[in-house]
Design a protein around this ligand. Structure first.
Ligand code: BGC
Length: 250
C-alpha cells in the first residue's frame, strides 16, 4: 500500500498518532496515545512524538499538528502550550528529533478542517464554511469551497470583553461543571458573533465534545445551520497525515 502517511496530533493533555490510509481517511492499526510531557517544551514533545513513531515502527513521512499559529513552519503562538514554542522552527525541531525524515507541521484545527473536507460531510466542500473544534481551546478553520484560509484564531476573538475560548471551550464546561444547557448558551453567544462577522453558509463543530452533539447542537440559537463533524476526534491525525503527503507546509 502506497498512499499511507503518519499523522500526529499534539494536544494539551495527550499526543496521539496513527498510520492513515489516505484513500479512505481511516486508521491502519491502533491509534497510539501518550500523555503530553510536563512541561511541554518543544524538545520534550518532539521526543514523545519519536516514541509514538517507534512504537508504531513507522519510519516514513510524518504530519504533525500543533495548537498554535504555524507560519513558514515557525510556531507563532502558544495559548495552551508551553510559551517556549513561540519562535520555534518546528520543521527543523521535528526533523532533528525524528531522524531527518519528511515532516509537515500545521495548526490543529486547520488539519481537522482539511480532513473533514476530504472525508467528512460533503457540505464542507461548498461555499463559505466555518469549522470549529471545542477542546482545551476553540480552534477554527475557515473554508471556502474546501480551500483553507490558514491560521485563523477565532478562539481568541473577544466576545463581550472575554476571549471566546475562555468563555466557551469544552475545558471551561468541565472546569465550571456547566450543564450542556448552560454551556450551549455560551457557545451560542460566541458563534453568533462569528456569524455576525463572517456570515458563513454552514458551521461544522468538531473536537471530542462533538461526540455528544445531540446534547448541545440542537440548543444553539443561530441563523446558520450547524452540523457535527463526521470525523470527530480523529480529524487532526488524518489532516496531519494528508498535509505531509501533499507536501503542505504552512
Ligand atoms: C490555539 C489555536 C488552536 C486551538 C485549538 C487555541 O488556543 O490558539 O491555535 O487551534 O486552541 O487547539
Amino acid at each position: 500500500m502506497d498512499n499511507i502517511a503518519f499523522g500526529i496530533d499534539i494536544g494539551g493533555s495527550g499526543i496521539k498518532g496513527a498510520k492513515v490510509n489516505l484513500d479512505t481517511g481511516e486508521f491502519i492499526g491502533d491509534r497510539i496515545k501518550i500523555k503530553t510531557p510536563k512541561p511541554a517544551t518543544p524538545d520534550a514533545v518532539a521526543e514523545t512524538v519519536l516514541e509514538i513513531l517507534n512504537q508504531a515502527e513507522w519510519e516514513g513521512p510524518v504530519g504533525i499538528t500543533l495548537p498554535s499559529v504555524v507560519k513558514g513552519q515557525i510556531a507563532l503562538s502558544a495559548a495552551n502550550i508551553d510559551p517556549s514554542w513561540i519562535g520555534t522552527d518546528v520543521h527543523n525541531l521535528f526533523q532533528r528529533h525524528l531522524g531527518g525524515r519528511e515532516v509537515s507541521v500545521l495548526n490543529d484545527a486547520d488539519a481537522a478542517g482539511l480532513a473533514e473536507v476530504a472525508f467528512g460531510d460533503k457540505r464542507a466542500q461548498q461555499g463559505p464554511v466555518i469549522f470549529l473544534t471545542f477542546g482545551t481551546g476553540i480552534g477554527s478553520a475557515l473554508l471556502l469551497d474546501g480551500e483553507l484560509f490558514p491560521n485563523t484564531e477565532l478562539g481568541h476573538l473577544e466576545v463581550d470583553g472575554r476571549e471566546a475560548e475562555h468563555r466557551a471551550s469544552s475545558a471551561v464546561k468541565d472546569r465550571k461543571r456547566l450543564s450542556y444547557k448552560k454551556w450551549a448558551k455560551r457557545v451560542s453567544k460566541v458563534m453568533a458573533e462569528y456569524e455576525r462577522l463572517f456570515n458563513p453558509q454552514l458551521f461544522i463543530v468538531g473536537g471530542g465534545i462533538s461526540r455528544e452533539h445531540e446534547e448541545w447542537v440542537p440548543r444553539l440559537d443561530l441563523n446558520t445551520p450547524v452540523i457535527p463533524a463526521e470525523l470527530r476526534n480523529q480529524a487532526g491525525i488524518v489532516g496531519a497525515a494528508m498535509a505531509v503527503a501533499k507536501h503542505v507546509a504552512p
